[in-house]
Design a binder for this molecule. Sequence first.
Ligand SMILES: [Zn+2]
Length: 244
Amino acid sequence: MSFKTEAFVLQARVWYKADKIYYLFTPQEGVIKTVLKSAAKPGNKLSGHLLPFSKVTTMIGRGRMDHMAGVKTLVDYKNLRKDLRSLSLASSVAELLLREESSGNKQIEFELLGEIFSFLDDDTVGEDVKMLLVRIFLWKYLSLSGWQPELDNCLLCNKEINGQAGKYIAGRGIICREHESMNSVLITRELVEFLKFIIKADWSKLTDISLSQSLNREWLRLSKIYYQSVYERPSQSLKLFSYG
Ligand SMILES: [Zn+2]
């Protein structure tokens, strides 16, 4: 059986002799691992279309290992690959997707990925804004993938925590400040509102947000905790939250 699909190229690895494995992100299944025979041989026409982070349309043959039978570039994102900072941000995004293990239809995530790569490719968007948008991408993506934090009602007593400070439990959401909980940290009302906003808002509303230094610091600290609760092993992408 074979099927045609759009995909983002996340990563490539040498497989056997001149064959390569490509990790693609598809709308139907999320990450798939597929072999391209003779990819490293000079003159291979398909591998030229499989540059990192580009969007392609490809024919996948199903088998013991999936393999690619045809590839065409749809969006190249070549500015993204020319700029080291953008490239490193795109690698962090790719790493996030490669490690995340939920399966099933990923159409919305697929579109989200196209949007973040377009920002990284856009050389009129400043470096700081790109970094901010990638951090927002993390919250949006994980929220879609079964890690949506509960930010409206207390996880323990279900009371609405509207407009109040509370406590945050990593990977799960908020509880009232009165509850004793070993594994929670304090969270301000401002950050709860900010998180609700970035998870829901369109990118058009996010490219010019500004946040105070203290809110930014709190967000980074909490993002680190969130991220570590999803990914057990330490990861390169954590560097996203190391500097504000
Ligand atoms: Zn409560």
